[in-house]
Design a protein around this ligand. Structure first.
Ligand code: RB5
Length: 145
């Protein structure tokens, strides 16, 4: 899979792990940074990930900030993007099975690396169930004003 990555300074320590896990799993990465601990605006990186996935230039995305909230608000402004803020593996699995989520958001100040690794595994190894869920997922964008 081709996966777009974006984080702010608060998300960087966890993103370093995510980059390793996804590379080791054989994924191709489009890494928008940030790459230093200098304070930056999470929006600048989340927008790039959302635009890349929405354009079809990446299959999925991962966005990380301190809480995961700011990056998830940002990516979910885009049609075709379903950003899932996950704090456990149940959410990650259900975000894929029922919502066909295409961007994973996490909070580096909320969860540890061990939980994050399980979330990443669940998110990238769980298939969408389709069926009635496809109709509902389509309505997210169709019924949006
Ligand atoms: C940065 O301090 C923090 O506000 C940011 O990473 C994120 O948590 C915002 O939602």
């Amino acid at each position: 899979m081709k996966i777009a990555l974006g984080c702010d300074h608060a998300g960087l320590p966890l993103m370093e792990h995510v980059r390793t896990w996804l590379t080791d799993a054989g994924h191709e990465l489009v890494d928008f940074g940030t790459h230093t601990l200098e304070s930056v605006d999470y929006t600048d990186f989340a927008h790039k990930v959302a635009q890349t996935v929405a354009a079809g230039d990446a299959d999925r995305g991962v966005v990380i900030c301190g809480t995961g909230l700011g990056v998830s608000y940002t990516v979910n402004r885009y049609k075709g993007i379903r950003g899932a803020l996950c704090t456990d593996t149940y959410l990650a699995k259900m975000a894929r099975m029922h919502n066909n989520a295409n961007v994973l958001a996490m909070g580096a100040r909320v969860i540890g690396a061990g939980v994050a690794e399980d979330i990443v595994q669940a998110f990238f190894n769980t298939e969408f169930e389709g069926g009635r869920h496809e109709r509902r997922v389509n309505k997210i964008d169709e019924d949006c004003v």
